[in-house]
Design a protein around this ligand. Sequence first.
Ligand SMILES: Nc1nc2c(ncn2[C@@H]2O[C@H](COP(=O)(O)OP(=O)(O)OP(=O)(O)O)[C@@H](O)[C@H]2O)c(=O)[nH]1
Ligand SMILES: [Mg+2]
Length: 485
Amino acid sequence: MSRRLRLLLAAIAIAALLWLLFAAAERALALAQRFLTLPAWLQWTLGGALSVFAVLGMTVLWWLLRPRRKRPFKPAPDRHDLEQRLSQLHQRGTDTHVLGDELANLDRRRSEQRIYVALFGEISTGKSTLIRALTPAVTLSDARGGTTREVRHYDSELPDGRPLVLADVPGSREAGGESHETLAREEALRAHAVVYLCAGDLTRSQVDELRWLAAFGKPLLLVLNKADQWAGDELDVLQQRLRQQTRDIAAAVVAVSAGGSERFQRRLANGDIEQVERQRKPLIEPLLKALARLTAPGTEGLEPLREQAVLASLHERTGALEVQARAAEAERIVRKYSRRAVVGALAAVAPGSDLVIQGALATALTRELAKLYDVPVGEVQIEDFVRQAKLTLRTGSSIVLAIAGNAMKAFPGLGTLGGGVLHAFAYALIFDSLGHALAASLAERQALDQDDAAERLKALLADTGAARLRQLATLTMDAWRERGA
Ligand SMILES: Nc1nc2c(ncn2[C@@H]2O[C@H](COP(=O)(O)OP(=O)(O)OP(=O)(O)O)[C@@H](O)[C@H]2O)c(=O)[nH]1
Ligand SMILES: [Mg+2]
C-alpha cells in the first residue's frame, strides 16, 4: 500500500472517530438535559440505578484485572534449627544420615559454582535421549535406551559456554517404581532448574507433579518432546494448550525432538525388503535458547531458590522422621505403663487397692505422653481426664472383663496361671487402649481433648484383633512369670 493511501486511510479513520466522539458527547448532553427536566423522584431513582450499575461494573473490572497473588512457596526452616532437630533425632536413636548427607550435598554444590539442571518427567518421555542430544561430545553408554533406574550426572555446556551439569533421573509413574520416583523428585529439588518432559497433553498426575515442583519455587521449563510425531498446526494447538495449563508454573513451553531411533523398511533394487534403523536428527534449538534465558541469573542468582527448595524438602522429611520417632517413643511408654498396670494388679493385696495404684499409673502415663507431644497440661486437667477415663471404663468394665475372659480361652497358657490373671490381663487391655487413644489424640489435636480421647478409647477397647490380644497376653504372662521368679 502506498504511503499516500495509508495517510488517506488514517485521516478517514481519525475523522470517523472524531465524528463518533462528537455524536456520543451530543447524545450525552441531550440525555443530561432531559434528565434535568424529570421530576425529582425519577431523577433519584434513575441516578441510584446508574450508580449501582457503575459500582457493579467497577467491581467486575477489578475482579478481572486484579493482580494475581503468587502462591507462597513451601516454608523453608532456618538452617540452624534444622540441624538441631536432626541432632535431637540422632540422639534419640533415629538414623538421620541420609538427611545429613543432603545438607552436605547442598553445601558442596554451592561451592562448585556450576549450574545443575534436572531432566524430569514420566517414563519414556525421552529424558535420556535428550541428555544424549544435549551432550553430544560424551559417549553415554548408559543413556542409550532402556529404563533409567538411578540418578546420573553429565557435564555439558550452555550455549554461551558456561558449564552445566545435567541430571538424568528415573521416570515417574512406573508401576512399582515408587522408590525410583522418590530419587527423581529429590534430585529435581537439588537442581537449580528443572526441564520437565512430556510427549503430549498433560495428564492430571503430570500437572500435579509440575505443581509440586512449583510449590518449592523451582524454575521450570516444560518441554514437549517427540515433536516429530505431530503435524505443524497440531503442534501449535498442543503447545498453546500446554502454555495455558502451566501459565503460572512454567517459565516457558518449548517443543523439541530429542532424537531417538526410527525404524523403517527399504525396498532394494533386487526387490528384497530391508529393515533399517537409524538415529533421528535431534532438533533442540528452542530448548537451548529457553535454557540460556532460564539460567541467565547464573549460580549466584539461582542458588537462593535452590537452597530454599532443598531446605523446605528437608523440613518435610525431618518432620516425617519426628512423627515416626514420637510414635515409637509413645509405643514404648504405653507398653511400659501397661506392664506396670499388670504388675500392680498381680501385686494387689487387699481388694480395691489395685484401683489406687492404677489411678496413679494413669496419671503418670497421661503426663508422660503429654510431655512427649509437647502439649502443656496442668495437674487439674490430668486429674479430670483420668476421672473421665475411669467413668468410661466403669461403664465398659463388663466388656473389658468379657474380652479378657475370651482371650484367656484363646490363649490357654493364661488360664493355667490362676485367679488374679484375668484381672491383670484386663488392666493390660485397659492401659494399652488408654495409652494408644491418648497418644493418637495428642498427636492429631495437639491438645488434651477429653471427648476425642474418650471416643478413641471406646473404639480401642472394642478392638479384639488376635495379634493385639496375643501381644497383651504375652505381656501379662511375662509379668506373672517375673513376679514368680
Ligand atoms: N519419535 C520420537 N521418539 C523419541 C524421541 N526422543 C526419544 N524417543 C523415543 O522414546 C523412547 C524413550 O526414550 P528414553 O530416552 O529412554 O526415555 P526416558 O524418559 O529416559 O525413559 P525412562 O528412563 O524409562 O524414564 C525411546 O524409544 C526413544 O527412541 C523423539 O524426539 N521422537
Ligand atoms: Mg531414561
